[in-house]
Design a protein around this ligand. Sequence first.
Ligand code: DP6
Length: 416
Amino acid sequence: MAEKTWVRMVTAQTPTNIAVIKYWGKRDETLILPVNDSISVTLDPAHLCTTTTVAVSPSFDQDRMWLNGKEISLSGGRYQNCLREIRARACEVEDKEKGIKIAKKDWEKLHLHVASYNNFPTAAGLASSAAGFACLVFALAKLMNAKEDNSELSAIARQGSGSACRSLFGGFVKWIMGKAEDGSDSLAVQLVDEKHWDELVIIIAVVSSRQKETSSTTGMRDSVETSLLLQHRAKEVVPKRIKQMEEAIKNRDFGSFAQLTCADSNQFHAVCLDTSPPIFYMNDTSHRIISCVEKWNCSAGTPQVAYTFDAGPNAVLIAHNRKAATQLMQKLLFCFPPSSDADLNSYVIGDNSILKDAGIEDIKDVEALPPPPEIKDAQRCKGDVSYFICTKPGRGPAFLSDESQALLHPETGLPK
Ligand code: DP6
C-alpha cells in the first residue's frame, strides 16, 4: 500500500479587511448575496492575517479542521458550501517527484485536513472569519489545481462569510452585489492595489468590552426584517456613495474619503439602532473616540483622520499620512493611557515606529503628553482601550512555499 503514504500540502496567508462602505443585509441567506455593494481596504497581513495549510492524502478518512490548534467541526453549512464549490472545480494534479497523481474524479473521494491560525486574538473581534474563509478557498484552489481567478474564487469565499470575498485582493476592493439569482455575479474586484495610496496609516483601537455582541449574521437578519432605514440605505444612499467613494479612492481625495467613510459607519450603526430589538455595537469608549476625531477634524479645517466601526466597539482609524497618524497617536494616548505598569510595546503593537515620531519612548512620556487643545476638559481614561494596532493598507493573499511554515506535518498531515 505504498500509494497510501503521500501527503500533498499547500500553505497560504490571507489578509483581513475593513469596509469603508458597509455590507449589512442579505437578499439570500444561503448563497450570501448582499442588498448593496460594499468597498473595503485590505489590512497589512504582517499585522493581521490568517495562515492556513490544507492537505490531501489517501490515508485521511474524513475532512478535519483545526483553528488556532483546536479541532473544530466542518459540518456547518458554510464550510460545506465552500468545500462543495471548490471540489467541483478541482482538476488533475500530478507531482512526478513524489509519485502523486490525482485524477479529476478522485477529488470527490479524497479527504482534506485544514489547519488555520490567526496572528491576532480571535476574541478581539477583528473580522477573523473574513480572512479565514478567504484563505481556505485560496489554499484549496491551489491544492486542487483549480483554474479560477481571484474574483471567481471570491464568489466561493463569499459563501463562507460575505466579507471574506473582499479578502482575495490587496489595496481597495469592491464587492459587486450582482443580479443573478445563483449568485454567480456577486463577487469582489480590486479597485486599486496597495501601492496606489500608500501614505495612509491605520490605527486600530481594540476597545475593552464586557458584553457578548450580536453576531453580524444574526444582526443583519434582524435589520433586514425590521429596519426601514436599511431599505432606504440600500436603495438610495449606498449606490451614490459607492460612486463617490470610487472617485475619492482613485483621486486620493482624503477629504471626501474621510467624510464618506465616517458617514457610512454612522449610518450602519443607525440601521442597527433602527432594528427591532435595537442592536448596540459601539460603547461609550467608541463614542469618545468618534468625538475626539470629529473635534480634531473640525478644528483642523480639513479631515485628518477617518473612523469606522464594524459589529463591535473597536475603532479603525485611517489617518491621511504619517504626520496625522503621529498626532492621532499622541491624542489617543493622552485620552486612553495604558495602566502605569504596562509595557508600551505591548500596548501599541504592529508597526509602532510611530511612537518614536511622536517622541514617546516610555510610560513617563505618555504621562507628560499635553491634552489635545481642541478637546475642552479632556479626561484620561485608563483601561478603556486594551491595546492599539498600527498598520497600513496591505497586499492580497500569498502562498508560503517554505514547508517549515506549514501548520500540518508533511508526513502525517496532522497539526504540528
Ligand atoms: C459590519 O461578513 O461577518 O463587518 O456574511 O453573515 O458572515 P456574514 O457576515 P459578515 O458581516 C460583516 C459586516 C460588517 C461590514 C462589512 O464588513 O462590510
